[in-house]
Design a protein around this ligand. Structure first.
Ligand code: PMV
Length: 317
């Protein structure tokens, strides 16, 4: 039996994080420069259903039966087995590799889950369609995030720029011209679950005030969609800056994020904001093509622990 692979890219949110949890639209793109890979290797044994999970990045080498129910890798495997219900579960080793930064707003959890579901469903002889993969991955995302909007599993499964709104059919984006994005990691790690809970507490304390911020962020995401399809990158940059100021009002920014955001703007970015859950993790800057090196170097000098440049174009991936 051949080794079966499943892959999924990283992702980054361009507009609309947090407000998306409250029903507003958001825009996210896949980042094909980083990815998660799952490999399924059959184990030749008389014993049925012996499943071994190996993930070098997190120093895991365990039998599925020994992993707790809420372990995200185990949950992804069990969800796929449950979906396909093979009469005789074969014995296999599932190996995982990922170079997507963890807890940095790049969708590493969703990508690992999607890679597992893709590889394992193919191994079991029933490769699942994207819609089903995304739905299963959403269930697993709940273990990572608590109350996820569903944007991560969607963009990572479809590997296309998405305009995402909860409970609405998936909409992909039309992109007028290529744009260059520089993503820099503060090195601070705050789980998304925590920032989502902090925003929820703020919303409960001041529903009207928070709702008006969510509405304003939603309006920015709608305008950004038009602006991307019109190709007006200078205006897109302004929208990023406006989105950042609303994220600061939601108190999910941090001094380290703001230092990198200001560095990028000062080095020639058209706009910059935090991306994802916030209070650390990544910021993202929209950069004119001729300034990508300059902005990347400035971010590195300002202490970013990782800088990635990605291009958004119609043909992504
Ligand atoms: O931290 P990330 O990139 O996984 O993004 C979280 C985005 C939020 O809007 C804050 C939460 C969500 O589930 O959409």
């Amino acid at each position: 039996m051949p080794v079966i692979f499943g892959k999924a890219p990283g992702k980054i949110i361009l507009f609309g994080e947090h407000a998306v949890v409250y029903g507003q639209p958001a825009i996210a793109i896949p980042v094909m420069d980083v990815c998660a890979t799952a490999r399924v290797l059959p184990i030749l044994t008389e014993e049925a259903g012996r499943v071994r999970v190996q993930a070098n990045d997190i120093h895991l080498d365990a039998l599925l039966d020994d992993l707790p129910a809420d372990h995200p890798l185990a949950a992804a495997i069990r969800a796929t087995l449950g979906e396909i219900t093979p009469q005789h579960t074969p014995s296999f080793t599932l190996q995982l590799d990922s170079n997507i930064p963890i807890s940095a707003g790049m969708g590493s959890g969703a990508a690992v889950t999607v890679a597992i579901i893709r590889a394992l469903s193919a191994f079991l002889g029933r490769p699942l369609p994207n819609e089903r993969i995304s739905t299963l991955a959403y269930e697993v995302e709940k273990l990572h995030h608590g109350t996820p909007s569903g944007i991560d599993n969607t963009v990572v499964t479809y590997q296309k720029p998405v305009y995402f709104q909860q409970d609405e059919p998936l909409q992909t984006l039309s992109i007028a011209q290529p744009s260059f994005w520089v993503i820099a990691d503060t090195g601070e790690k705050t789980p998304t679950r925590e920032t989502v809970a902090a925003v929820r507490a703020g919303y409960q304390a001041d529903p009207a005030g928070y709702q008006s911020i969510f509405d304003a962020i939603g309006a920015i995401a709608r305008e950004a969609r038009q602006t991307l399809s019109a190709g007006d990158l200078a205006h897109l940059g302004q929208l990023m800056n406006e989105n950042q100021s609303y994220l600061e009002q939601l108190q999910v920014s941090s001094p380290a994020l703001e230092a990198l955001i200001n560095t990028a703007r000062g080095a020639g970015a058209a706009g910059a904001k935090l991306s994802g859950g916030g209070r650390g993790g990544n910021m993202i800057a929209l950069v004119p093509p001729e300034k990508t090196r300059q902005v990347s170097a400035a971010l590195q000098n300002a202490g970013a622990v990782r800088v990635i440049t990605t291009v958004l174009k119609e043909s992504t991936p």
